[in-house]
Unconditional design. Structure first.
Length: 434
């Protein structure tokens, strides 16, 4: 870990210094973030470290500062207040400490004072007022082109980052196995969620995103987040990740019992096989949009084979018949943020490469390149509001509405793995563990 981390920081210095030079800056200050207090309340929201700060090191907590100056070791200002309300853990000797000139202060104001930023210093973070008060020019606070260059660099993961994401995946796999066993034992959504947390050693606020634990018809709600206490579900769609040093995994599995409709069980098996064929396509040079279209084609063939659609292949895709069953993108970049940045970025300095109009929710439109990490997550859902317009549309006769109505109470299927792109293909971080 420490060897990979040293190389990771060296890479961050190279890319950041190049970005600063290109945009006319000498230094960059990154903040770890400030607490957010709910309106008209005295409670803070769960704290999340600013992603560009987290890209450098896994130091949790608000108000820390990192100053990167060309040709110098990065300076890290750790804010460690004396506070009897909340635990203040000692820093100790973490593996990342030796990469920085460390300064420890008691409050945020002293942290800014210890930096004394120069005239050509940029700031990236969520506390522009503090940056402005410290003397950083308004045009140098979150400058769009500099932020775009930093976002672009985050799409290419270092060996350290891939190691973190691999360990996050392994951690999540333990939870998914526990969840499957609980489901098969008749557990409720709430019980499955709690057993997942126990197996991974996490508490809710540590998860990369709020868990989706959906039994039966709730699997058709893409971001379902309730936790019902009803037991003995026939289908479980579970979408949960786990953290590791600021990086997250994102895994979805769908499990069925013998009480589920036989066609739905076959749909689940068929989508799992289709998802693995889609993963096999991932290699440098393929357009991510092509992966998405291939997912629609696979889903069209599967629905046709099961008698749910009257036609399959590209005929069904071009008619738009698969879109109500598969309304989201086939995946997204994955890293510090679950939906990591840069998926639609046109070039290092910014701009947007929008998805086609028929696929508005596709999060990634770039070409696949080595060192990228992303998800592959095709889904098939029975969502009445999306199917409604097709019941009386020009292609209504191509849908087996009797089968659709019979399968709707079972919700939907989604299968999701995390992939890292290699020189001539990819490595699936998920399949070896679950």
């Amino acid at each position: 870990m420490s060897t990979n981390y040293s190389a990771h920081v060296a890479a961050r210095r190279r890319t950041t210094e190049a970005a600063l030079a290109a945009e006319g800056f000498d230094a960059l200050v990154l903040s770890s973030g400030k607490p957010f207090t709910y309106y008209s309340d005295d409670q803070d929201a769960p704290f999340r470290t600013t992603p560009h700060f987290a890209h450098w090191l896994p130091l949790a907590g608000p108000d820390h500062l990192l100053c990167v100056t060309a040709g110098k070791r990065p300076k890290l200002v750790r804010v460690a207040p004396e506070d009897y309300w909340y635990e203040q853990a000692a820093l100790g000797d973490p593996f990342w400490k030796s990469e920085f000139d460390l300064v420890e202060v008691g409050d945020a104001a002293k942290g800014w004072k210890s930096l004394s930023p120069g005239a050509r210093t940029a700031y990236v973070g969520d506390h522009p007022e503090a940056a402005k008060a410290a003397g950083i020019a308004a045009a140098a606070i979150n400058p769009p082109k500099l932020v775009a260059r930093l976002d672009w660099a985050r799409a290419y993961k270092s060996a350290y980052e891939i190691e973190c994401q691999s360990l996050a995946t392994q951690r999540a796999a333990k939870g998914h196995k526990a969840a499957k066993h609980a489901f098969e034992s008749g557990a409720s959504e709430l019980e499955i969620h709690h057993l997942y947390l126990e197996a991974t050693g996490c508490v809710d606020r540590e998860l990369p995103y709020e868990s989706i634990v959906a039994l039966d018809e709730k699997g058709a709600t893409l971001h379902y987040q309730s936790k019902r206490t009803q037991r003995d579900g026939r289908v479980l769609l579970i979408d949960i990740g786990a953290p590791w040093l600021g990086y997250g995994s994102d895994i979805t599995r769908t499990w069925t019992t013998d009480a589920a409709d036989p066609v739905f069980r076959e749909l689940t098996r068929g989508l799992d096989a289709a998802q693995q064929r889609l993963c096999a396509l991932a290699k440098p040079g393929i357009a991510y949009l092509d992966l998405h279209v291939a997912a629609h084609r696979e889903i069209a063939d599967l629905l046709h084979q099961l008698g749910i659609l009257g036609v399959g292949g590209m005929d069904a895709v071009e008619r738009g018949l698969t879109r109500p069953f598969f309304p989201h993108g086939v995946g997204h970049f994955l890293g510090i943020q679950v939906h990591d940045v840069g998926g639609r970025q046109a070039e290092p300095t910014g701009g947007t490469k929008a998805p086609p109009a028929q696929y508005p929710y596709l999060r990634t439109t770039r070409a696949v390149e080595e060192h990228q990490v992303f998800t592959i997550e095709p889904g098939v859902y029975f969502i009445p509001m999306l199917l409604r317009e097709h019941r009386s549309g020009p292609n209504a006769a191509l849908f087996d509405w009797k089968s659709i109505d019979r399968l709707t109470p079972f919700g939907g299927v989604r299968i999701e793995d995390n992939l890292v792109v290699t020189q001539d293909g990819h490595r699936n971080l998920t399949r070896p563990h679950i």
